[in-house]
Design a binder for this molecule. Structure first.
Ligand code: SF4
Length: 135
């Protein structure tokens, strides 16, 4: 295996340290440039198996809003985000929806749930009234 080095920008805190991570295949051989241990862990994870929290929205029928915002209950492998979005697009909830409600359980058997991050009451989507013409 050949050794490669990449720069990971740490997003754990606003410092945004540029962390250099060297790997040989799947083995991390050197890490430098991190300002703290949390950043060391983040950069190591990011270099070999990046994880992301997915935030998106799911359709709602019979509610005052036609979409509800959702997110995964924990970070998921970045390479699975598109697969999760395929599941999300097939999903439609019936109002009412409660904040914190589990929308999908154990998504793709990744051990995380998709959870609503706001509530949607039962009703009709608000209509936009046009101002009267003339004048
Ligand atoms: S390495 Fe530590 S100090 Fe630097 S951005 Fe990450 S969390 Fe912040």
């Amino acid at each position: 295996m050949s050794s490669t080095t990449r720069i990971v920008t740490c997003i754990v805190c606003p410092e945004g340290c540029k962390v250099s991570v060297s790997t040989d295949g799947d083995t991390i051989t050197a890490v430098s440039g991190h300002g703290c241990r949390r950043g060391l862990g983040y950069a190591r994870q990011e270099a070999v198996a990046p994880m992301r929290t997915l935030t998106t929205s799911v359709r709602v029928s019979g509610g005052v809003l036609s979409l509800v915002s959702v997110k995964t209950s924990a970070p998921v492998p970045r390479e699975r985000l598109l697969d999760i979005m395929t599941c999300v697009r097939r999903c439609c909830l019936s109002a009412p929806v409660s904040q914190g409600q589990v929308v999908l359980t154990n998504v793709l058997e990744l051990g995380v749930d998709l959870v609503a991050t706001r509530s949607v009451e039962r009703g009709s989507p608000a209509t936009v009234h046009e101002p009267p013409h003339g004048g």
